[in-house]
Design a protein around this ligand. Sequence first.
Ligand code: PMP
Length: 417
Amino acid sequence: MTSLSPLLKQATPVVVDSARGCWISGTDGREYLDFTTGIGVTSTGHCHPRVVEAAREQVGRVIHAQYTTVLHPPLLELTEKLGEVLPPGLDSVFYANSGSEAVEAAVRLARMATGRPNVVVFQGGFHGRTVAAATLTTAGTRFSAGFSPLMGGVHMAPFPYAHRYGWDERTAVDFALRELDYLLVTRTAPEDTAALLIEPVLGDGGYLPTPPAFLEGLRERADRHGILLVLDEVQAGVGRTGRFWGHQFADVVPDVLITAKGLASGFPISAIAAPTALMERGWPGSQGGTYGGNAVAAAAACATLDVVRDEHLVENARVRGDQLQAGLRPLQQRYPGISDVRGRGLMQGVEFAQEDGSPDAAAALAVQQATTGHGLLTLTCGPAGNVVRLIPALVVSEQEIRTGLERFEAALAEVLA
Ligand code: PMP
């Protein structure tokens, strides 16, 4: 009998029969509150009626119209709609299917536009699983172990992880910026460096918000050295953090922005945006792909952006995120195994440590697995796997957050009491 590959690692035993809003109905007859959203994808909740209708309508018109062969209205409309939310100056968009593909497209663009080979990434960043994206990923050796050699030209600088060093944020930011400056004189000279690539909130690397002062320091260095600042908004973008883009907590505009996941509520589409003048420094045909900017996915993305605007979901993510964090924080006093609660908006992480301060992956995994039993779906993350992440849909209600908190505490009590 054929079975799914053992190379997949299953976070829950749930098989989904159907799903609506923040809820998943399992084939086991149980209802689960979904605080995973397909790893931050179903932004407007499962099967939002407007997204379903847009996709259904598009399926009856044209499903696939390869965008370098013929164009189609959903893609043109999506490009216009993105123009309403993209940071100023990023007026040119290229579409792909997945986050990893878009990350690769951004690296190709940065290399072509600058004529420089190297990319600097920040420790703990996650940028995808294709070989190039895995090279850029430093969120855990499990994302690249065993299939080297990876892509060349990637250098890693420290991330200002204040909590890990027991420092205040300013000290951590100063340290990380000084180390970046040192990297630019010891390993990759500015004239060899095409891009600084960073997430606004480290996602798979542990749900760590990037301090605004760090992003501002990166912007200053990028300007000084003619290096491009590339923001990977694949997980943090489209409202999840309580701002439309996760980097908007800082006073910076990136040169290249990467988006995917929440953009189309579950349909695969990703994009990079940059100033036209920057895109023009590459050559026509240097980017492409068979399925990129698929018509049904583009129609779903248009509907998603409309719903995010009309239902004030960025604001909801901020308010419900504050509620979630305010409910999680006191748990740290009640359960000493919790070493940190952090995040932005509806991207909250609960970190577990042993008494000596070392990461407690076993506790995080046990809690994550126990939440399933209590009717709440969660995931783990972090290089050591010692963080449980909570990523509800942006439509989550006050009552659903309360229910989620109750179920999360029930799992904590079961595992840690
Ligand atoms: N960048 C970030 C920040 C991500 O969170 C992810 C996915 N977790 C990716 C890139 C890769 O996206 P995909 O899995 O769609 O290739």
